[in-house]
Ligand binder design. Sequence first.
Ligand code: IPD
Ligand code: CA
Ligand code: CA
Length: 266
Amino acid sequence: MTDQLKAELLELALEAALRAGELLRDGRPADLGVAATKSSAVDVVTEMDIASEKLITGLLTDRRPDDGVLGEEGASIEGTSGVQWVIDPLDGTVNYLYGLPSWAVSIAARKDGETLVGVVHAPMRGETCRAVLGGGAYVNDRPVQVRPAPAFELALVGTGFGYRAERRSRQAEVVRQLIPQVRDIRRGGSAAIDLCDVAAGRLDAYYERGLNPWDYAAGELIAREAGALTGGRPGDAPSTDLTIAAPSGLFEPLQARLDELGAWHD
Ligand code: IPD
Ligand code: CA
Ligand code: CA
């Protein structure tokens, strides 16, 4: 796998993310409507999620017609090149709906199951986070590194909640038990940005159950390239069961604690 391929995929991911970010920022209707609901009535998809995915997949398939595409809002192309794009056209939809600034476009490119490129573009934060496998992580062209691991009880830990009531109440139970043992908990509302915040040293750690590949594919590479360890249950890669990112020294006790608390099941 050549550096040239990685560079080409990065350039295209950046172009697509910047264009979609501009569409979302400039095109946000004052009376933003909810186009459909997904897993529950609070899991919304707006007309803008759909427009963003259309723009991104249109650009990607135009430039690289043989690639596969997996997008949250239904894009699904098998492809023949071995490259698969994994897209969340708007991560943090509820923030976007309410006019809160933490939302992002997340685009990753994978080959043979390995993430090669990740871009998380957050227009209202004025930040574009990116990583190429083996090439480090950057926020707006500034190289970033995770914070050194603090003692467990001093860790600022980001997390999130799914949309279904039964899952959320389990997740709240895990947080209830974790919060007295750490510095504090943050719930930012965009998994992709949370992972970038670990990369940039703005969170010590992040974990969440129930993410889909489009939520974490780009951010996980960015966190890893910034020096984080990433994983799921002990011995597992990040997955829908559980995604964890933290520097070595914090990752291990957090992973063990989350496993004890059953953070990986409903
Ligand atoms: C959601 C956000 C949120 C996380 C949820 C995701 P969406 O994605 O990343 O922070 O807690 O699990 O589903 O619906 O805004 O694309
Ligand atoms: Ca998402
Ligand atoms: Ca989304």
